[in-house]
Ligand binder design. Sequence first.
Ligand code: ADE
Length: 286
Amino acid sequence: MRVDVVTIFPDYLAALDLSLVGKARRAGLLDLRVHDLRDWTSDRHRTVDDTPFGGGAGMVMRPDVWGRALDDVMGATGDGGDDGPPAHLVVPTPSGEVFTQRHAEALATEEHLVVACGRYEGIDARVVEHYRATGHRVSELSIGDYVLNGGEVAALVMIEAVGRLLPGVVGNPESLVEESHGAAGLLEYPVYTKPPAWAGLEVPEVLLSGHHARVERWRRDQALARTAARRPDMVEALDPGTLDRHDLEVLAGRGWVVEDGRLRRSGDEPGEPHEPDGGTAAAVAE
Ligand code: ADE
């Protein structure tokens, strides 16, 4: 996969030389190129922003500078040239769709991503409009409901989440199977390693038992309990048809019942969000 990042702070992306993503780059699995947006400015001050039309606080990034940069890194024709399909443009922004593991999985199938990191009040809206109109897929994505100073940290998050899904990047692909936000729709169970006793705390006995089926059941119970305590939205999204009787009992013990083929908190009116109880998984899991 090729990934181009355009930013006014290329040094921010230096972290992508480290760890698994860095290794993937060196192994040739990920062709990651970081560009300085100011290389496409044409004035002495290398200006990338200007005041917003309509007034208001802050500065907006100029579409002409972004257009020159993106035409260069994506291929000016918009058809991807001879090098394959058009690039998928990713624009990190707090006003985007919330980036999830599903987005990471979809982006990991692309041949070419271009990440446009905005700063200030954001990038002139015509940039996204123009690249959509010229045949590019464009995803405006937020990494969560908070505001950062720019798209660089969000780009790091997304590139790491996508990069680790590329074939060959994570040494043991099994470790991708059971993790939080995977296909099961549950948070991951708690994990332990040696020593078996630490700070007066013992590893749960079942994990030392060598009894594979009991370990699997315990882990699933923990995943269900954690998810019920921390992420009611994920419990609501579960298909009860994929849960066994024991799963349903664990959820029932936490107040979840199946009604009209969907999981609901008992006592909640359909469609009413429930009040989080603030309980931790440790408090609710047996
Ligand atoms: N830029 C500023 N805040 C952001 C966020 N939460 N997600 C993505 N990009 C951003």
